[in-house]
Design a binder for this molecule. Structure first.
Ligand code: BGP
Length: 476
């Protein structure tokens, strides 16, 4: 019993959460650059442009822009086979609608991917990870506007052409299904550059925006295959398995419908057509979701080669209104799971849910799977000797990897890569904190932005190094 021989042990990050250098090399302002620091229970503020005196943690982040050589060497030391990062759209097309790409931005990623290869690390690249050009959000209302589809495709094609010999694994939109929650303005803005207007039917807008993105993704994938037939093209969804609170039949229906909100995105990406349950939902609500002539063929042709997903937690759904067990958290819907502990940020820790999710996805789609994010945010301080014994992180990963192993070895799931989120401490997306730490590598920087930015190895660094070295056999 073992992991496949060429299993990709990796790590995952996103440009805006670690690069910094927000105005360097001709970079434009992204949606991430106008989001202030928040905290658990304190939403990040989305400001109208960059306002003097506010704390925007993504502007400098952990300065990977200048320190990537040191960081990649550390990932190489851990034995990474692959590393998932994103290209900041605003480094390539600073405003999104520029006629020509920005050479300095293209050059930065040339150097970055070269450096990965030097360290024996295969790049896995997300094209759009919560970092659309702000200009697209302001001038076009984000992906509400069909013209943005072609802007994305132009950006994607520019990247495919430039990096066709350096990058094999691509994914189009990060956690594209987050926007299904229309009540949290964070998701529409980060996913699609959308701000809902007072009085509009948010769900109708969400489905239109989602369709525009799904068409953009499919178009990009069709173009990618012309540029290099060896590319492996993927999607990326946030998958939180939802369990019914009880065996009450009504709870099963609510749970099914809850999962369908995410499966809609996966079904279009993988199966290449809009599922019947979604078409019916549009019809029942009288929503006129517009597609252009030829879109259905595009969706059918531009399907993905692999399905990637982030896995952090599971949810619980209930059919009971005003259920007293409801969780009150902006990022956690539903009711509490009495069988699971939660992290300091209220996310249920559920390793078995990863095995369950891998099974559900593989049975549904029958294409290779990648766990493109998994990890736990912890409060951490170095001890008197400057060391960090992050046992809780090791426990978390040990349990999750063990369940992923069962999915592969016992259940026959074809999973080819595992990317712990934030192998190096970085700015959290949801709360904008530095001190929600995910890394195997500690970065000396606090929520106020103070610190030396020095990197140091936590205990989990050596543990993950051993896991990779033994191809997942030694999890002790
Ligand atoms: C996912 C995002 C990542 C990442 C991660 C952890 O939603 O794809 O960008 O940040 O979650 O979330 P957070 O940073 O809010 O702890």
């Amino acid at each position: 019993m073992s992991f496949p021989k060429n299993f990709l042990w990796a790590g995952a990050v996103a440009a805006h959460q670690l690069e910094g250098g927000w105005q360097e090399g001709g970079k434009g302002v992204s949606v991430a650059d106008v989001m202030t620091a928040g905290a658990h229970g304190v939403p990040r503020e989305i400001t109208d442009g960059v306002i003097e005196g506010k704390n925007y943690p993504n502007h400098d982040a952990i300065d990977f822009y200048h320190r990537y050589k040191e960081d990649l060497a550390l990932f190489g030391e851990m034995g990474f086979k692959a590393f998932r990062t994103s290209i900041a759209w605003t480094r390539i097309f600073p405003n999104g609608d520029d006629a020509e790409p920005n050479e300095a931005g293209l050059k930065f990623y040339d150097d970055l991917f070269d450096e990965m290869h030097k360290n024996g690390i295969e790049p896995i690249v997300t094209l759009c990870h919560f970092e659309l050009p702000l200009n697209i959000a302001k001038k076009y209302g984000g992906f509400r506007d069909r013209r943005v589809v072609d802007m994305f495709v132009k950006y994607a094609v520019t990247c495919f052409n430039r990096y066709k010999d350096k990058v094999k694994y691509w994914m189009t939109f990060n956690e594209i299904n987050n926007q299904r929650d229309v009540n949290n303005p964070f998701f529409a803005f980060t996913n699609s550059g959308v701000t809902y207007k007072d009085g509009e039917d948010k769900l109708a807008v969400m489905y239109q925006v989602a369709m525009n993105e799904l068409v953009a993704s499919a178009k990009a994938i069709i173009e990618a295959r012309k540029i290099n037939p060896n590319f492996r093209m993927g999607c990326m969804l946030s998958m939180c398995p939802t369990y019914p609170e009880t065996c009450r039949p009504e709870d099963q229906i609510v749970t099914l419908k809850e999962m369908d909100k995410s499966f809609f995105f996966g079904d279009v990406h993988v199966r290449g057509h809009i599922p019947s349950y979604t078409k019916q939902l549009w019809k029942n609500n009288g929503w006129d979701i517009k597609l252009e002539d030829g879109d259905e063929e595009i969706l059918a042709k531009g399907t993905v080669d692999y399905f990637s997903f982030s896995y952090y937690m599971s949810y619980v759904a209930t059919s009971i209104e005003n259920n007293p067990n409801a969780v009150k958290d902006e990022f956690v819907p539903g009711v509490k799971n009495p069988y699971l502990k939660t992290s300091d940020w209220g996310w249920a820790i559920d390793p078995v849910g990863l095995r369950y999710m891998l099974n559900v996805l593989y049975e549904r789609y029958e294409i290779p799977l990648m766990v493109s994010e998994n990890g736990i945010g912890l409060h951490e301080e170095p001890d008197a000797e400057g060391k960090i014994d992050d046992k809780a992180r090791v426990d978390y990963f040990r349990a999750h990897i063990a369940e992923m192993k069962k999915a592969i070895e016992i259940d026959g799931v074809d999973c080819f890569a595992y990317c712990p989120w934030g192998p190096i401490d970085l700015v959290s997306a949801g709360t904008g904190e530095m001190e929600k730490r995910y890394g195997f590598i500690y970065v000396d920087k606090n929520n106020k932005g103070e610190g030396t930015l020095n990197r140091s190895r936590k205990n989990s660094f050596y543990w993950y190094q051993k896991v990779i070295k033994t191809n997942g056999e030694d999890l002790a």
